[in-house]
Ligand binder design. Structure first.
Ligand code: NAD
Length: 365
């Protein structure tokens, strides 16, 4: 199989962890008899520096020619004084999501037994670690609904409006992603909403219920209000298999999930849409859950696992290469279990550098 991807390393630790992940990707593909074709392009702050905008035309063009995007992370202090709409994250990621209609964000929340110390949750509450997936609707809801504005009222007071809006079809397509994810796992789906207060949530709950009943009788579905879900994630995270929710709730709950799973440096994510690539599989953008970590950039300290695991997600979803993706996941788990850790997950033990961590994963691959 020809794997044709656009690589967008981004800023600060982005290029560092990308440089560590790439040999892992190349190795697993070579071993499977596949060929990797990629080109590397500036995005985020690097795009602003090189071409005057966070998503240069040449970068977008290269993404359109590719079957998937492997993304690092963007932003940082160097560009913080720019107007909000020109800042790297907003001006690169949001247009990419919009352009490729990436409506589904898949974030695995994974804490292996060997890393229990990394979680703020007491180990006896999660003796087997954590293994869940958050499916977040990414292009609807409160963040995009119109009207969205701030007005000064005749009496001199100010009023701001955001609009939360969902169509049934938007809920159905994200439910289908969650069903497919649950089918590949423990077949348990938890849909999170606020149906006791919000109209959009009433439609959400009804649509998810009907969709699962009609197309996925093999899936066990439960519903939970978002405030309760925020508590249950801390109280009993191991009980969750696949968590499905709308855009804003997913933004918040997926970060809560990240923190209970230890370091941001371990967590990958996939954003998928209805655009198919040349293999007839979903075009996707794959990136670490964390940001550019300017505090540790340039020191070879960053944990490269999130970037490596993002490459595995890409092989799984955009290329259907499950054995290769599994091999990467297993190599990362073995590395951690063998006690090889970057500083963010070392907890007093001797920490290895980013490149040493990458070499250890490669050796176990
Ligand atoms: P951050 O995720 O970059 O860092 C938060 C903390 O986690 C820091 O202490 C950092 O050192 C640590 N961390 C993150 N990734 C790590 C890794 N791989 N290994 C070890 N430690 C890691 O969040 P922030 O500091 O709030 O944001 C920094 C910049 O990143 C900002 O400009 C923000 O806008 C941007 N950002 C970008 C994305 C993205 O590109 N998708 C996402 C979030 C934040």
């Amino acid at each position: 199989m020809q794997i044709n991807i656009a690589i967008l390393p981004g800023d600060y630790i982005g290029p560092e962890v990308m440089a560590v992940a790439l040999p892992v990707l190349e190795t697993v593909l070579r071993r499977g008899g596949h060929s990797l074709k990629y080109s590397t392009h500036a995005v985020g702050g690097a795009g602003i520096d090189a071409a005057g905008k966070a998503l240069p035309d040449a970068t977008l063009e290269a993404c359109q020619q590719a079957d998937a995007i492997l993304f690092g992370s963007v932003g940082g202090p160097k560009w913080e004084k720019l107007p909000p709409h020109e800042q790297p994250e907003r001006a690169a990621l949001l247009p990419l999501r919009k352009h490729f209609r990436l409506f589904a964000n898949i974030r695995p929340g994974f804490l292996p037994k060997a890393l229990l110390d990394a979680s703020p949750i007491r180990s006896e509450r999660i003796p087997e670690g954590i293994d869940m997936v958050c499916i977040r609707e990414l292009t609807g809801g409160l963040y995009f609904g119109q009207p969205k504005r701030t007005t000064v009222l005749p009496d001199g007071d100010s009023e701001a409006v955001d609009t939360m809006i969902y169509r049934k079809s938007e809920i159905e397509r994200i439910t289908d992603v969650a069903i497919a994810t649950a089918r590949a796992r423990r077949r348990r789906l938890l849909s999170v909403d606020k149906a006791n207060v919000l109209e959009t949530s009433v439609l959400w709950r009804k649509t998810v219920t009907e969709r699962v009943a009609a197309t996925a009788p093999d899936i066990t579905l439960a519903h939970m209000y978002v405030d309760n879900a925020a508590m249950q994630l801390v109280r009993a995270p191991a009980s969750v298999d696949v968590l499905l929710t709308e855009n804003m709730f997913g933004d918040i709950l997926s970060d809560e999930m990240a923190v209970i799973c230890g370091s941001l440096g371990m967590l990958s994510s996939a954003s998928l849409g209805d655009v198919k690539n040349s293999h007839g599989l979903p075009f996707g953008l794959y990136e670490p859950a964390g940001g550019t970590a300017p505090d540790i950039a340039g020191k070879n300290l960053a944990n490269p696992c999130a970037q490596i695991l993002s490459a595995a997600l890409m092989l799984r979803h955009s290329f259907g290469l499950h054995a290769e993706a599994d091999a990467i996941d297993v190599a990362v788990k073995k590395t951690i279990a063998d006690g090889i850790r970057t500083a963010d997950i070392a907890f007093g033990a001797i920490a290895v550098s980013s490149s040493e961590m990458g070499a250890a994963v490669l050796a176990r691959l």
